[in-house]
Design a protein around this ligand. Structure first.
Ligand code: SAH
Length: 474
């Protein structure tokens, strides 16, 4: 509850990140201890003309002793020190004294950072991972410096130092490539191809000369028309973003435009490249926001404009997802495409509900069927669905649930045959009802059920009693 309340409050931890150009700007640092010394190093590295005001400087300032950008004034500070300076950093070892000095600095209109006092600070100094010219800055908004440090060391360990060389190489070739590849979208793709491909690979191996050669070759070989559009038909899984594949994530981050529907969860949409244009083509039951033929046509149109089009679908694109129809049109029109499988609702919901679909004591087969009503009737092969020793997973079956249960009983399954309904599977809001063919329709009526929902019929449902884990995590 406390966390819930905090999340809704607007806090001082909301800050705007920015990288400042301090070249030849005057920065005043108050304090001569260890804490001040670590800030001094960072400020000088950032290009500042630094004035340190402190009676004495501790040993930790020694590496900066001969640095021309640093001027030491051995005295105490006063309110005149803060006029016309870019930044003030207050870091004496005495926090009461820091508060007094910070007030003077604020009064002079300066941007002020005070060690360990975020509420007194108009700017924070983030933890830094330095792969110059690439910088990764991390801040917890002063809510947890330890968390920020943990994250910093994780990213630091994971990010090869050669990224620095990659950044330098990119800088060297920036202008040349800008002249060579005029269109910005084509240029972005050209860069992505280089950095994601051979050039990036060579640099990461430390082979800088070869990387430069590969860069030159790529520029020579580049032909404006070689970067034609493509469609990525990507399965986004049932909702939990952790269930995306690496390939799905990579393509999500490099697309120019995304066509998505309602089954794709919010947290997953947040992982799509933020520059990509978003087109909602969602369908609701009995109400088609955009007809399927139009979606097929849009994919072709956008790809022929040279765009990388992400068609993001819930679950797996080939399982009750009409993905097949979409790429059929692309194939007919000669548009290139790739398909990325996703975790289908049956697999995702079963795992997160603790229902092993083919536990060998209970089921030798598993059928996936759609319970979508056509003209008010469910048209399924009931004798096949009512066979023993199998599990039946029903997509889009909520509306037809009473009919489904009744038909299965009519075709030979017992009224006590186990059945489960999983709503919003794999999401934090997942809800699972377990019952029998005789009782589930009634049980569903007495609950508020949020779509999407999936039905699982079979003895394996009883295993949930022992194997449920998702809702019971502590
Ligand atoms: N291609 C998708 C299925 C599309 S049909 C896949 O492979 O999962 C849409 C149906 O999938 C929904 O009506 C529902 O039955 C099921 N479904 C999809 N996501 C679900 C989820 N998170 N929880 C429960 N059912 C889901």
């Amino acid at each position: 509850m406390i966390l819930g309340q905090k999340l809704t409050q607007r806090k001082r931890s909301h800050r705007f990140p920015a990288f400042l150009d301090l070249q030849d700007k005057t920065v005043v640092l108050i304090g001569g201890g260890d804490r001040a010394a670590s800030k001094a190093g960072r400020l000088v590295a950032g290009g500042a003309k630094l004035t340190v005001i402190a009676e004495n400087l501790c040993q930790a300032f020694a590496p900066l002793a001969n640095d021309e950008s640093l001027k030491h004034e051995p005295r105490t500070s006063n309110s005149d020190d803060f006029n016309n300076v870019a930044l003030v950093v207050v870091a004496t070892e005495d926090s009461d004294q820091n508060t007094v000095i910070a007030k003077q600095a604020h009064a002079a209109g300066a941007w002020v950072n005070v060690a360990n006092q975020p509420d007194m600070s108009s700017f924070l100094i983030p933890s830094l991972i330095d792969r110059s010219p690439l910088l990764v800055a991390i801040s917890s908004g002063a809510t947890s410096p330890v968390l920020a440090r943990l994250l910093t060391s994780r990213i630091d360990a994971f990010l090869p130092h050669t990224y620095s060389d990659l950044g330098k190489l990119a800088d060297t070739y920036r202008e040349k490539i800008k002249q060579h590849v005029g269109d910005w979208r084509q240029r972005r793709r050209f860069w992505e191809k280089l950095l994601n491909g051979r050039v990036g690979e060579l640099i990461l191996q430390g082979r800088i000369d070869s990387a430069e050669q590969a860069m030159e070759n790529a520029i020579q070989e580049h032909d404006q028309h070689s970067l034609s559009g493509e469609v990525y038909l990507v399965g986004a899984g049932p909702g939990d973003p952790d269930l995306l594949s690496f390939r799905a994530l990579r393509l999500m981050q490099q697309c120019d435009i995304v066509l998505f529907d309602r089954l794709v969860s919010e947290p997953i949409m947040r992982l799509v490249n933020s520059d990509a244009e978003r087109v909602y083509v969602g369908k609701r039951r009995n109400e088609h926001a955009v007809p399927q033929e139009s979606i097929n046509g849009l994919l072709v149109t956008y790809a022929k404009q040279g765009k990388r089009v992400l068609r993001l679908k819930g679950g797996d694109p080939f399982i009750f997802g009409r993905g097949g129809e979409e790429i059929e049109t692309l194939a007919e029109q000669g548009v290139s495409f790739q398909v990325v499988p996703g975790i289908t609702a049956a697999a995702g919901c079963a795992s997160y509900a603790g229902i092993p679909l083919t536990h060998r004591d209970h089921a030798q087969a598993c059928l996936f069927v759609t319970g979508h009503l056509k003209d008010g009737s469910v048209d399924l092969d009931w004798p096949a669905l009512a066979r023993p020793h199998q599990t039946v997973v029903i997509y889009m079956g909520l509306m037809g649930l009473p009919v489904i249960c009744q038909k299965l009983i009519e075709h030979g399954l017992a009224e006590e045959h186990p059945i489960a309904l999983i709503a919003e599977g794999t999401r934090q809001s997942q809800q699972v009802l377990t019952a029998t063919l005789g009782t589930l329709p009634e049980l569903v009526n007495s609950h508020i059920i949020k779509p999407p929902t999936l039905i699982i019929v079979g003895d394996v449902v009883t295993l949930r009693e022992k194997l449920a884990w998702f809702e019971t995590r502590s």
